[in-house]
Write a protein that binds this ligand. Structure first.
Ligand code: GTP
Ligand code: ZN
Length: 221
């Protein structure tokens, strides 16, 4: 079955995709920490917690710092990793796959963790990228309130832009704690998303080669 409609999804749009307000960066990181600290203290107080308790009193500040600088640090453009490329002087013409990249993200519906693996592939158009930069791109976009579909597309878009090729693919297999530990409480299920661009979308042999390397049994055609 064809899952990929023939539209312009191979084109790099330059869009970030995360729904940010135009004034998203009017407050600097330090002011954001201060504001979130006050708001989170209010949440804890409302839950009935004694905010003078020695163990609890610094939690709002801890949470605020963690939100702004750590788990949602990918909302700050200055944290976007530099992805300088260099010439493919070794003339390697085959697929490169960076597999089992750790994904720690947070679901934007419940603000609970999404934990899994990303597998990323590209075929060089003359430019190559340092391997660790692929992991860094995954981590940058993961550190936002996310849905897995958008995260997968952002990784592919960022690599298309950096490498100047549309021959990029990403599969993410992740557990959503909002599904595992609350709501339906299904601890076994995980979610697979696949963004396949260029030849990974149009050529079933290239697609199967990628799936073979990452050990996926999923069928895409
Ligand atoms: N498409 C998509 N859905 C997600 C993702 N992460 C969480 N969700 C789902 O978002 C949905 C939110 O549904 P709602 O009905 O508004 O929220 P809810 O009442 O908390 O839903 P339940 O989890 O079913 O209790 C849930 O079905 C979640 O499983 C994601 O990355 N992608
Ligand atoms: Zn959720």
């Amino acid at each position: 079955m064809e899952h990929f409609p023939d539209n312009d999804d191979d084109l790099f749009t330059g869009k970030d995709h995360t729904p940010l307000r135009p004034d998203a960066f009017e407050l600097g990181p330090e002011d954001k920490v201060k504001k979130i600290e006050g708001l989170f203290s209010e949440i804890m107080h409302t839950l009935g917690l004694d905010m003078t308790d020695d163990s609890l009193k610094d939690s709002p500040k801890r949470v605020a710092k963690m939100y702004v600088n750590e788990i949602f640090g990918g909302l700050l453009p200055e944290n976007k990793p530099g992805v300088s490329t260099f010439k493919n002087q070794y003339k390697y013409r085959q697929m490169l796959v960076e597999k089992d990249i750790t994904v720690y993200s947070f679901c934007e519906h419940h603000f609970l963790p999404i934990i899994g693996k990303a597998h990323v592939a590209y075929i060089s158009n003359g430019e190559v990228i340092g391997l660790s930069k692929i992991n860094r791109i995954v981590d940058y976009y993961a550190k936002r309130p996310q849905v897995q579909e958008r995260l997968t597309m952002q990784i592919v878009d960022a690599l298309k832009e950096a490498l100047g090729t549309k021959n990029v693919a990403c599969i993410i297999d992740a557990k959503h704690l909002c599904v595992n530990c609350r709501g339906i409480k299904d601890t076994a299920s995980s979610t697979i998303t696949a963004e396949l661009s260029g030849i990974f979308r149009t050529n079933p042999i290239t697609r199967q080669e990628f799936l073979h390397y990452v050990g996926s049994h999923a069928k895409f055609d």
